[in-house]
Every structure is written in structure tokens, then in C-alpha cells.
Design a protein around this ligand. Structure first.
Ligand code: SAM
Ligand code: DTB
Ligand code: SF4
Length: 329
């Protein structure tokens, strides 16, 4: 084979996927199994078809109600069932939330995400977060909330208060799910996602890797996300932050290439979605984060803290983005 033929053969690594077909776990796993460079090349191609590859969306998180959660999610420091040093706190005041939102805007974030450690919000919780949403929105920020499972009518209330995105993750593949969480089912999560969609809000839905799942299970998670119709507008890919005291603390860590592969596969299967390089960034060096951007990540959590754990300092992120000529959206 001459050089030119070889070149074209190497380019022909497309695994066809007409966008109106569902992704099988096998097809997604085939992407994971591609040679690393071929996978990244494909992810870059797809990324550039749909986005400016030099732009990144910045979201700042704030835990408005921390700890004391009755659920048993095996990764989570906020569950009341594990001794992690995170104590149950009262809801933040509107003033504190607005101060944090103003600071986030000032630092360059375009979206402000508020989190509540609940199984789901009660009406009195909802009334308070609606007030927060209205006021954060009035600052000219996009709003996102993650408050757990929603009951009938709650998504509409959040939408009417001005919530742009609701974050609710599938977390892992259906077959792995029962190892991680026992207090709510996969179907409950899909039900909340349907309510968010039906209310006309944007869906932010992703998962966590590095929880001891197999590559097939990572593919299973991505297939679930990609087959949501339509796929989520925003897809957070979290690398497990191991918090001592949680059942998943001590899990074998994922090799960095496998995390980058997961980002690339999310990009290819959800071409029009923002793929967020989410939790776990503090433990990643700049080169690994840069590989994630190269693999198609185009959103990050921006701010010194996630919900209860750390995130790279704003100044460090500014320097990294400047080095990579990445501009905030
Ligand atoms: N209580 C609400 C719920 O579970 O939907 C909202 C907050 S919850 C902390 C939001 C998401 O954060 C979880 O679904 C999970 O994907 C992610 N998360 C929590 N702890 C994490 C950890 N230690 N490492 C990575 N991601 C984590
Ligand atoms: C998401 O997917 N990751 C964020 C956000 N959605 C709410 C949360 C990460 C939490 C990491 C552990 C902590 O800080 O408590
Ligand atoms: Fe509670 Fe959410 Fe943590 Fe699960 S992930 S324990 S629901 S705060």
C-alpha cells in the first residue's frame, strides 16, 4: 500500500451512526476500543463540526443545602449514612447565594449551578430555591439546579422561576447501578429526566466513572445518555472523587487514558451536547485536562469548590485556559 492509500485507510475509521438510530452498547464499546489516536481524531472531527473548538463554557457550583441526605449513593460525602466529616447544614440565605453568584459572574462564569442534598425537594425547599433562581437569573446568569428527584408539577415550578437547566445524573450503567445506590432506582432517574424535558427545561445529565465499573459498563452509561431523545444538552463526566468514609473510597483508580477515552466517546455519540469535564479535575494535571479538551470536552466547573470537595483555583484555571487559547463562552 502506498502512503496515500494508507493515509485514507487510516482516516476511514468511521463507525456509521445515522443520528436517528439508537446507539447499541456494542457500537459504543467499539469506539472505546479504537486505537487512542484514532479515537481522538474522530472526536476532534465531530467536535469541530458542531462547535468552535477553542471555546469553553464555564459553570460555577454552589451547594445551597449541604449534607444530611437520606440517600445512600456510594460515592457521596453528603449521605447521612457515611462518616465523611460533612455535617448537615441549614439552607444558605438568599444573600449568601447572591454574593456567590455575583462573584461567579465577576470571575467569568456564564452559568450558576445550585445543589441541594435531598432525595427530592419538599415544597418549602422549593419555595426557597425558586427565590434563589429568580434572583440569580436577574443577575444575567444562566441558572442550573440539582435538587434530586422531582414530583409532578415541580419541574414546571422551577421552569417558571427561571431555571434554565436541571442536573440529574444517570451516574452509571443500568447493570452497575444496583452496586452503587439502593434507595432509588434507575427508572426513578429516567422519570425525573422526563419531567424536566416535558417542562421544557434543558437537561444536564451525565455520570461518574472510576467507580470500579468495566469498560462495557462505561459504554453502557454513554449509550443510555446518547439514546435519551433528545440527548442531554449538557453531559457532565465526573471522575470519582474518593472521599474517605464513603463506600467507594479505595476503589482502584481509572487510568487517565480511559478517562480521556470516555470524554471522546461522549463527544462522538452526543455531537451537539456540551460535554463537561466535571468532578475530579483537581487530581488531574494540566496535560491530562488538555487531552480532555482535545477529546471534545467544552465545559468545566469553574470555582475553587464543587459541592463539598475541592476544584482547581480560579487563577490556575485562568492560566490553563490562557495557555491553551481557550476562550470562555
Ligand atoms: N442530591 C441531588 C441528586 O443526587 O440528584 C443533587 C446533588 S448530587 C451531589 C449531584 C451529582 O454529583 C451526583 O448525581 C453525582 O453524579 C455527583 N457526585 C456526587 N459525589 C461525587 C463524587 N464523590 N465524585 C464524583 N461525582 C460525584
Ligand atoms: C455533576 O455531575 N457533578 C457536580 C454537579 N453535577 C452537581 C457535583 C460533583 C460533586 C463532587 C463531590 C462534592 O463536591 O461533594
Ligand atoms: Fe444525596 Fe445526591 Fe449525595 Fe445521593 S448524590 S447522597 S441524593 S446528595
Amino acid at each position: 500500500m502506498n502512503d496515500t492509500a494508507l493515509h485514507f485507510q487510516r482516516q476511514a475509521i468511521a463507525i456509521p451512526h445515522p443520528s436517528n438510530e439508537i446507539w447499541t452498547v456494542e457500537a459504543v464499546e467499539a469506539l472505546f476500543n479504537l486505537p487512542f489516536n484514532d479515537l481522538l481524531f474522530r472526536a476532534q472531527q465531530v467536535h469541530r463540526e458542531h462547535f468552535d473548538a477553542n471555546k469553553v463554557q464555564l459553570s460555577t457550583l454552589l451547594s445551597v443545602k449541604t449534607g444530611g441526605c437520606p440517600e445512600d449513593c456510594g460515592y457521596c460525602p453528603q449521605s447521612v449514612r457515611y462518616n465523611t466529616g460533612v455535617e448537615a447544614e441549614a439552607m444558605l440565605s438568599l444573600g449568601d447565594v447572591l454574593d456567590a453568584a455575583k462573584a461567579a459572574k465577576q470571575a467569568g462564569a456564564s452559568r450558576f449551578c445550585m445543589g441541594g442534598a435531598w432525595r427530592g425537594p419538599k415544597q418549602k425547599d422549593l419555595d426557597q430555591v425558586k427565590e434563589m433562581i429568580r434572583n440569580v437569573k436577574a443577575l444575567g446568569l444562566e441558572t442550573c439546579g440539582t435538587f434530586g428527584m422531582l414530583k409532578e408539577g415541580q419541574a414546571e415550578q422551577l421552569r417558571d422561576a427561571g431555571l434554565d437547566y436541571y442536573n440529574h445524573n444517570l451516574d452509571t450503567a443500568p447493570e452497575k447501578y444496583g452496586d452503587i445506590i439502593h434507595t432509588r432506582q434507575y427508572e426513578d432517574r429516567l422519570d425525573t429526566l422526563r419531567k424536566v424535558r416535558d417542562a421544557g427545561m434543558n437537561v444536564c445529565c451525565g455520570g461518574i466513572v472510576g467507580m470500579g465499573e468495566t469498560r462495557e459498563e462505561r459504554a453502557g452509561l454513554i449509550a443510555q445518555l446518547a439514546n435519551l431523545a433528545p440527548p442531554p444538552e449538557s453531559v457532565p463526566i465526573n471522575n470519582l472523587v474518593q472521599v474517605p468514609g464513603t463506600p467507594l473510597s479505595g476503589t482502584e483508580k481509572l487510568d487517565w487514558t480511559e478517562f480521556v477515552r470516555t470524554i471522546a466517546v461522549a463527544r462522538i455519540t452526543m455531537p451537539k451536547s456540551f460535554v463537561r469535564l466535571s468532578a475530579g479535575r483537581q487530581a488531574m494535571d494540566e496535560a491530562m485536562q488538555s487531552m480532555c479538551f482535545l477529546a471534545g470536552a467544552n465545559s468545566i466547573f469553574y470555582g475553587d469548590k464543587l459541592l463539598t470537595t475541592g476544584n482547581p483555583e480560579v487563577e490556575r484555571d485562568r492560566q490553563l485556559l490562557a495557555k491553551l487559547n481557550l476562550e470562555p463562552l
